[in-house]
Design a protein around this ligand. Structure first.
Ligand SMILES: Nc1ncnc2c1ncn2[C@@H]1O[C@H](COP(=O)(O)OP(=O)(O)OP(=O)(O)O)[C@@H](O)[C@H]1O
Ligand SMILES: [Mg+2]
Length: 411
């Protein structure tokens, strides 16, 4: 590097002897350095408040604060510790050279000053200083890049995890949908044929009944049983057809509370007094767009399950109805819903609760743990909620009870 390549730089000369200062000025001025002069140690720190020089040339022997003390203070301060300090010592001051270097000085120059020596040492340290700066900048930019890349990697990792979880969720939904579709096709075929056979049984049963056999005769008793069983079978077929979505739906804007009350009234008649009903019904909720028969079936199936769960030991059936608003943050708890108003129905019992294994299967068609159950109740509930674009959540604790929470979009 020649003189012309050295950018403009500032050198601070610290010396209490004016003739030394003058001689240094003479040498350094020729090369276009900006010079600052401090006649004592205290002045050094005043000048540093205004601007930081690139190099400090420091005399050792000065009154009040000597060069060593100045150097110590410079090296203690984060702001100034990287400024190269070059001590100015006389030929005989060997001890001072060593002490200065031990204190962190970069170099020393010998008094009386030799122009070439002063220039060479100053230039060398100036270049080293520039290289240090470039190195620091390069290190900083590598650090920044590494931090940035790490952040990006963490972000894409997070995104990947989310996508994987979503993929798994969709896979599960698809599997469930395929299973339901297969069972639904099979069931609807059987239900249709069975319906035809039932019509024949009911028709002939009624024709036979029209013959008026005596009620207390064996034939009369059998006929009555046949007809009762045939009507029960017809109801079951009806359930099956609903499950397979084969029945006609008449969707209108309806309020849930009257249906809920109606179901609860009939519930009271069918279940023992040991079951207490606790209602928390908000009257002024919005409506839902649904077939009233669907909503009736939905609530009835859930209440019946709750009642059956408390048949043995009694307990409280808690029912709540309210309108809720799911904002963009809350809606994330329900992957299938969009932000908006929903009618929330809660049906809670104090029955025996369920194991996780059972909970995972309750919506499967024909899954039942009851001796006389069809296992269709909850799969119908699930179907209905699906067609209404709502959700159903189950919370069940073994020995404590079960709670179903439904959310249907308010219309
Ligand atoms: N509230 C509840 N408490 C405990 N277990 C329940 C509850 N609700 C449902 N279950 C379990 O889920 C199974 C499936 O219920 P689902 O209503 O589909 O059929 P089911 O009640 O067995 O038969 P059906 O509805 O025809 O009477 C039940 O057999 C029972 O094991
Ligand atoms: Mg049931």
């Amino acid at each position: 590097m020649n003189d012309s390549t050295i950018p403009k730089s500032t050198i601070m000369i610290v010396d209490d002897e004016p003739e030394h200062i003058e001689s240094l000025k003479e040498i350094l001025n020729q090369f276009g350095f900006d010079l600052q002069v401090a006649l004592n140690g205290y002045r050094v720190f005043e000048l540093l408040e205004e601007t930081l020089p690139d190099i400090i040339l420091l005399d050792v022997l000065m009154p009040e604060m000597d060069g060593f003390e100045v150097c110590r203070r410079l090296k203690e301060d984060k702001k100034t510790r990287d400024i190269p300090v070059i001590f100015m010592v006389s030929l005989t001051e060997t001890v001072n050279k060593v002490t200065g270097l031990e204190l962190g000085a970069a170099d020393y120059i010998i008094k009386p000053f030799q122009k070439e020596e002063v220039l060479t040492r100053v230039k060398t340290h100036f270049i080293m200083q520039q290289l240090h700066l470039q190195l620091d900048q390069a290190r900083q930019s590598i650090d920044d890049e590494v931090t940035q890349r790490t952040r990006e990697l963490a972000k894409s990792n997070e995104q990947l995890k989310k996508e994987l979880a979503e993929h798994k969720r969709m896979e599960k939904i698809l599997k469930q949908a395929q299973k339901m579709e297969a069972i639904s096709t099979l069931s609807s075929g059987i239900a249709h044929d069975f319906n035809n056979i039932l019509s024949i049984i009911i028709g002939y049963g009624e024709m036979a009944a029209m013959e008026n056999p005596p009620k207390d005769s064996k034939i009369g008793e059998c006929l009555e049983k046949i007809n009762t069983a045939a009507f029960r079978a017809k109801e079951l077929v009806q359930q099956l057809l609903t499950f397979c979505r084969q029945t006609e739906q008449k969707k209108t804007h309806i309020k849930i509370s009257p249906i809920l009350k109606y179901v609860l009234n009939s519930f009271k008649a069918g279940f023992p007094f040991a079951i207490e009903i606790k209602k928390e019904i908000q009257e002024e909720t919005g409506m839902v767009l649904a077939d009233p028969a669907q909503i009736h079936q939905l609530i009835l199936n859930l209440c019946q399950n709750a009642g059956q769960a408390m048949m043995e030991n009694g307990g409280t059936l808690r029912i709540s109805l309210k309108q809720v608003f799911l904002d963009s943050e809350k809606v994330t708890e329900h992957p299938n819903l969009v932000s908006g108003h929903y009618i929330s129905i809660l049906i809670q019992d104090m029955g025996p609760g369920m194991d996780q294994e059972i909970v995972e299967r309750i919506f499967d068609p024909y899954f039942t743990t009851k001796a006389t159950g069809t296992g269709l109740g909850l799969s119908i509930v699930h179907r209905i909620i699906e067609t209404l674009k709502g959700t159903i959540r189950v919370e069940s604790t073994k020995g404590k009870g079960t709670c179903f929470i439904i959310k249907l979009p308010a219309s």
